[in-house]
Design a protein around this ligand. Structure first.
Ligand SMILES: O=C(O)[C@H]1O[C@H](OP(=O)(O)OP(=O)(O)OC[C@H]2O[C@@H](n3ccc(=O)[nH]c3=O)[C@H](O)[C@@H]2O)[C@H](O)[C@@H](O)[C@H]1O
Length: 440
């Protein structure tokens, strides 16, 4: 029986567990011991192999992070500190971290701060929502004025913590966002990623910073959604968003309120009304219309269901920049203790919470926008007039700016005609045109 069993065992080796129970004689014990020790050595070898593989992997991960990361290191920290240093003669300079600094509004605000002697550090992820070469060109412009722009995302909590550790920023101007009303149909996740997750990551970093900076950030006129009461006032209802973009900006207003309430972060939200101007955003109507008119391509002009024209309270970039700087200048300090995060951040008292409309107060229809562009470009547009698709647009916007006027001294001075004139001049020069004809 046993012989037969051994033979069988030799032919069909048993599992180790079985060996221990069934093989009891000496020979078997030695064989068993020998095979167990061999297996032990093999196991040891495998463990060592796995451990060295894992540590090699972590070495590769760590080194590649340091090799590929565009931030970190002593030289980088030195550049950050230098850029954040105010140079104002009156010693009243502020130190501002501008997110979305390579964006349209971000680059203008950063330059304006720098020009008056404030310290500015930019942050931008240079995503490809629109031509990143335009963002790189804005970065070069900032760099030539001494503003350092870090390439990174507001969702990167370690980068934010490092920036706030290296510099005691007095303010954060948060302009990084996924913009565009209609693109939300195509890529809804990008709005949640930037406008909600990114905002929360930034607020988490700011609430834990010591000292806590005051925050000024970009909300949007789109939060008024289907509101029909004109002009739009800050106290009007904002619970009927017409697009996911609007919904994420509205969510941002609620989220910032929470951080203000719990952690004492000083918050100012700015509802921008269709901002336009030089160095603008290629996805916006005035920009893409200009491009198509110059290239002899048709443009699509939306109109309302009842054949009514759509209208926007187009606001010139320089007026918006003044509103942003006034918001920074009037922002009160945050009242949270900062340091360490978690539940340890106690506010010392209520902190400032404000929301302002920054508009122009004179809506202009889209066909009028087109005819102003035609005049400045000295070219006729090939217009395709179609009914507004139900993809997030609202029929009109119109800002009431009395609150911003009272609190910020905000007073827009550039009308659409003058502003588009400046935009067209910039566009022709930037893209190498000489009056309707491209140089290159
Ligand atoms: O105030 C805001 O908070 C928002 O302003 C801006 O959104 P909008 O006011 O929608 O600007 P924009 O796209 O230039 O369309 C202008 C008009 O042209 C019409 N429009 C547009 C495209 C087109 O092909 N045809 C057309 O008729 C269109 O129907 C509309 O009537 C920002 O993009 C947004 O990020 C956000 O900041």
């Amino acid at each position: 029986m046993k012989m037969r069993m051994l033979e069988e065992d030799e032919l069909f080796p048993s599992t180790p567990g079985k060996v221990k129970i069934e093989r009891v004689n000496h020979r078997q014990f030695h064989r068993c011991f020998a095979s167990t020790s061999t297996m032990f050595l093999w196991a040891l070898f495998l463990v060592a192999l796995t451990a060295s593989y894992l540590s090699f992997q972590s070495f590769v991960d760590t080194s590649s992070r340091y090799l590929s990361a565009s931030w970190g290191g002593l030289h980088w920290e030195k550049q950050i500190r230098a850029s954040a240093q105010p140079h104002r003669a009156d010693a009243a300079g502020i130190s501002v971290l501008v997110t979305g600094a390579a964006g349209f509004v971000g680059s203008h605000v950063s330059l304006a701060l720098r020009r008056r002697g404030d310290g500015v550090v930019g942050l931008d992820n240079f995503n490809s929502y629109y031509d990143p070469s335009l963002k790189k060109a804005r970065k070069s412009l900032l760099s030539s004025h001494g503003v350092f722009v870090v390439e990174g995302d507001v969702n990167d909590d370690k980068l934010l913590a490092k920036l706030l550790e290296v510099v005691d920023f007095t303010h954060v101007m948060h302009l990084a966002a996924q913009a565009g009303v209609r693109y939300a149909i195509e890529n809804p996740a990008s709005y949640v990623h930037s406008n909600i997750a990114g905002l929360v990551t930034l607020l988490e970093a700011c609430k834990s910073a010591d000292p806590q900076p005051a925050i000024v950030w970009a909300s949007s006129s789109s939060v008024y959604g289907l509101n029909e009461k004109v002009p739009f006032s800050e106290s009007d209802r904002t619970d009927q968003p017409a697009s996911l973009y609007a919904a994420t900006k509205k969510a941002g207003e609620e989220i910032t309120h929470t951080y203000n309430h719990i952690y004492g972060l000083s918050i100012t939200g700015l509802r921008f009304f269709t901002v336009y101007g030089p160095w603008g955003r290629p996805d916006m109507a005035y920009f893409s219309f200009t491009r198509n008119i110059l290239q002899g391509k048709p443009i699509t002009v939306y109109r309302g269901k009842d054949h009514s024209d759509l209208a926007r309270d187009f606001t010139y970039i320089d007026d918006i920049v003044k509103g942003c700087l006034a918001s920074l200048d009037t922002a009160e300090k945050s009242t949270g203790g900062g340091g360490g995060g978690g539940g340890g951040v106690k506010k010392k008292g209520p902190a400032q919470y404000r929301i302002f409309n920054l508009g122009n107060t004179s809506p202009v229809t889209v066909p009028t926008l087109v005819s102003i562009l035609e005049r400045h470009l000295r070219m006729k547009a090939k217009k395709n007039v179609v009914e507004m698709p139900g993809n997030g647009d609202v029929p009109f916007t119109h800002a009431n700016i009395s609150y911003a006027r009272a609190e910020l001294g905000y007073k827009p001075t550039t009308n659409l005609d003058a502003g588009l004139g400046k935009f067209v001049k910039w566009y022709l020069s930037y893209y190498g045109y000489t009056r309707g004809r491209k140089n290159v």
